[in-house]
Ligand binder design. Structure first.
Ligand SMILES: Nc1ncnc2c1ncn2[C@@H]1O[C@H](COP(=O)(O)OP(=O)(O)OP(=O)(O)O)[C@@H](O)[C@H]1O
Ligand SMILES: [Mg+2]
Length: 299
């Protein structure tokens, strides 16, 4: 009787397992069947147009599909090669959305984005993303050693190149203190490092790639003011040929940029240098004054 009962239990379990498996298989197949909405032509090779600006937004509007509301509206801006551009604006004003359009993580709803004079839609992904180094807003590292993480953008980088990138990112000191240096094991998504350490390593990772266009999306938010200032100095000294886009909530971080773009609820509230905007742009002046005293801010 016991043996028969046990056999029946096994059969009952099998039925449950098969039901679960078939439901899971259906879901997995659904995922495999999804076609990406953004595709590229693998075989095309794009030749950049000489003497064209590095990045041009031509009357770009963008909405995240279902919501219908525009996250960016009629944005037109031109960024020259080698320029440092600051982007500032309140939470949800569309800063991350703007930089995501450069690397074509999303396609514009209307209007076009051009890099080196060529529409981003004509680039093969490999060529486009070779040009651009993005440090995303949430610093994400992968499990593995520090070295493996840094080599993400350039597999052939040697230790001297890693050293240089790490020192620009102001991370030399803490990396040298880690047990094993570059061979220190990082836990899943970098949990055994502090937020600021993670941010500095993600900046170094982007620099190792030596991209033409460097995008820092609020990448210094967890750093103290002194480290933030040292980082900006090192970046501007060592990346003269690079077009650098710095997104920040802090007015001091972007104050010295060649051009500042002020976003307000998806629209451009002003474009210019700190001095011009401080006089002419209400939104920018409010941001500066909310963070500093009047004399400090106008300087
Ligand atoms: N994946 C998404 N799907 C739908 N709506 C989104 C998505 N990402 C952002 N949004 C919306 O788009 C608008 C702009 O968001 P965005 O992330 O560009 O803001 P932000 O300026 O980077 O803000 P923060 O300073 O907080 O990073 C917000 O209103 C947000 O709700
Ligand atoms: Mg953002």
């Amino acid at each position: 009787m016991t043996q028969i009962l046990l056999a029946l239990v096994v059969v009952a379990n099998l039925v449950v397992i098969f039901t679960k498996a078939s439901a899971s298989a259906r879901r997995v197949n659904e995922i495999f069947d999804i076609k990406p909405s953004i595709t590229d032509d693998l075989n095309s090779v794009v030749t950049p147009i000489q003497n064209s600006p590095a990045i041009v937004f031509d009357d770009v509007s963008f909405s995240y599909g279902s919501t219908g509301e525009n996250a960016l509206e009629n944005l037109s801006v031109s960024i020259d090669k080698g320029e440092t551009v600051g982007i500032i604006g309140g939470t949800g004003s569309g800063k991350t959305t703007l930089v995501n359009l450069i690397a074509r993580f999303y396609d514009t709803t209307t209007g076009n984005v051009y890099i080196n004079g060529v529409n981003v839609k004509n680039y093969p992904f490999s060529q486009l993303r070779c040009l651009i180094g993005v440090v995303p807003q949430s610093a994400t590292l992968f499990s593995g050693t520090v070295r493996e993480n840094l080599k993400w953008g350039n597999e052939n980088a040697n230790d001297a190149e890693l050293d240089e990138a790490v020192s620009i990112a102001q991370a030399s000191e803490f990396v040298s203190k880690l047990n094993g240096g570059y061979d220190y094991k990082i836990a899943q998504s970098g949990k055994n490092l502090s937020g600021g350490q993670r941010q500095r390593l993600t900046i170094a990772r982007a620099l190792v790639k030596n991209p033409e266009i460097l995008i820092l999306d609020d990448s210094a938010s967890a750093l103290d003011f002194a480290t933030d200032a040292a980082l900006r100095n090192a970046i501007s000294k060592n990346t003269q040929a690079m077009t650098v886009i710095i997104v920040s909530q802090r007015a001091t971080t972007i104050k010295n940029a060649d051009k500042i773009i002020v976003l307000d609820e998806g629209g451009v509230a002003g474009i210019g240098t700190h001095d011009e905007l401080f006089l002419s742009c209400e939104v920018y002046r409010e941001i500066c004054l909310s963070q500093q005293s009047v004399e400090e801010a106008s300087r």
